[in-house]
Design a protein around this ligand. Sequence first.
Ligand code: DAH
Length: 346
Amino acid sequence: MIEKINQLLSEIETLQISNLDELEALRLKYLSKKGAINALMADFRNVAAEEKKTIGIKINELKNKAQEKFNDLKEQFESKDNGALELDLTRTAYPIELGTRHPLSIVRNEIIDIFARLGFCIAEGPEVEDDWHVFSALNFAADHPARDMQDTFFVENNEDDEKIQNNIILRTHTSSVQSRVMEKQQPPIRIICPGRVFRNEAISYRAHAFFHQVEALYIDKNVSFTDLKQVLLLFAQEMFGADTKIRLRPSYFPFTEPSAEMDISCNICGGKGCPFCKGTGWVEILGCGMVDPNVLELNGIDSKTYSGYALGMGIERITNLKYRVNDLRLFSENDTRFLREFESAY
Ligand code: DAH
């Protein structure tokens, strides 16, 4: 009997089974009511009393082995079945979703491209700045309202008026990069400075605590207001179309003299007047002017030899005009439904 059991044991061990039908055959042959193991059980009655213990253990071993093998294989085949469901070869491939460029990046790159063609190079500066580069070096008086707590985010605030220029703040405009470049480099300077800026504003559809600007600065011998006007016209027409007209209105900035704000003919109604331009036919897009000689001197450039112009614009503003986004908050919410609308814009 022992021999018979051993033979069945090695049979089960070496058995090769490759599908559910063969597995069922295994069950029938060994584990069913009429199977080999039950037959052994029946014979067990005739086993001599002194052998009962050894043979009993052996039969149990055989029974467990057979059951284990059956269970393992069954699990294997069943999970293979599920696997087959997942591997439906007739299915179309997963669509791989491509990201899209952010509208502000698209417009920033467009602005940079236009100025790069005119020989402007990109310059960058830190977002966490000191008061000197954001305000003092740009001719802001110590009591200028832009320095006020209400506009500026302070990182380290010095109450002492003497040391005000050491205050550490978040830059409120990219004009700070002007002084960063001037302190290191003598003219000719021809730079474009894109970057993020911060102001302590309540967030709404038309104001945000952070936004983006591009600053341009050109300093050389004999730079005149005519040069500025020419660049402004070219920029406006490249950006908004060849029919775009520009208009300069006198304005004030501490770092430019004279200063102006530039309007373009409303690109939504073509200048006829609509709700967007409040019926005027014009929309404001940037500030500009001739670099104040004080600013040149404060930054180590001889104002008798050199002159220059500067201009600065908000990227959100340009983007709103180009794509009519009417809520500033959309730019920083990362709602993919919004972002995907710009898929074909670059
Ligand atoms: N820095 C100004 C602002 O944030 C924008 C600006 C105005 C920049 C006139 C200039 C400029 O370079 O000449 O509102």
